[in-house]
Design a protein. Structure first.
Lengths: 117, 108
């Protein structure tokens, strides 16, 4: 069965960096893209962008350029989200989600990133 | 970029009521519209794709309709397990895959 397993919650200080992982299983990793979605506390879903797992080409939504980097390690079927120069407003749950033909059809369990001094 | 606007932002209805949520796109998007359900404290789940097709396992009391700029999600008979926030999302091969702001559904 398809599973996306994300890394554990992180507590970081402002200015630090964080790398969230999303390990896929149960399907051919390079056959589906991977999206990242942010959900700030008590807020809605924000689509951050996606990465083509076949080519490694990332696409970032407005507001998620510069400090946000999507990457892959196809040898271990894992996608990564790295955020640098963390700010308090980056505190959120970050989800990875498989880009199916017709929608974001499988989601990771979410990773809470808390930025606090 | 195309904006997705949902209404209402929240609603409260009784068990058995018919509930309708609206999503409007700022430009025509054909039928490239998905609905997601996020129960409290849970991961979002794809509910309906291509505006009107139920994802496997979704109860038949859910339905979607619309094309172009105006879309609706209907729950024909609200059940306690339907308490959730519902999000629409523009979904096609051309990003961004913008989400609507969400509609929180509660039981009266």
């Amino acid at each position: 069965q398809v599973q996306l397993v994300q890394s554990e919650s992180e507590l970081k200080k402002p200015g630090a960096s964080v790398k969230v992982s999303c390990k896929a299983s149960g399907y051919t990793f390079t056959s589906y893209g991977m999206s990242w979605v942010r959900q700030a506390p008590g807020q809605g879903l924000e689509w951050m962008g996606w990465i083509n797992t076949n080519t490694g080409n990332p696409t970032y939504a407005q507001g998620f350029t510069g400090r946000f980097v999507f990457s892959l390690d196809t040898s271990v079927a894992t996608a990564y989200l790295q955020i640098s120069s963390l700010k308090a407003e980056d505190t959120a749950v970050y989800y990875c989600a498989r880009v199916g033909i017709l929608g974001l059809d499988y989601w990771g369990q979410g990773t809470l990133v808390t930025v606090s001094s | 970029d195309i904006q997705m606007t949902q209404s209402p932002s929240s609603l409260s209805a009784s068990v058995g009521d018919r509930v309708t949520i609206t999503c409007r796109a700022s430009q025509g998007i054909n039928n490239n519209l998905n609905w997601y359900q996020q129960k409290p404290g849970k991961v979002p789940k794809l509910l309906i794709y291509a505006a009107s097709t139920l994802q496997s396992g979704v109860p038949s009391r859910f339905s979607g309709s619309g094309s172009g700029t105006d879309f609706t999600l209907t729950i024909s008979s609200l059940q306690p397990e339907d308490v959730a926030t519902y999000y629409c999302q523009r979904f096609n091969s051309a990003p961004p895959l913008t989400f609507g702001g969400g509609t929180k559904v509660e039981i009266k």
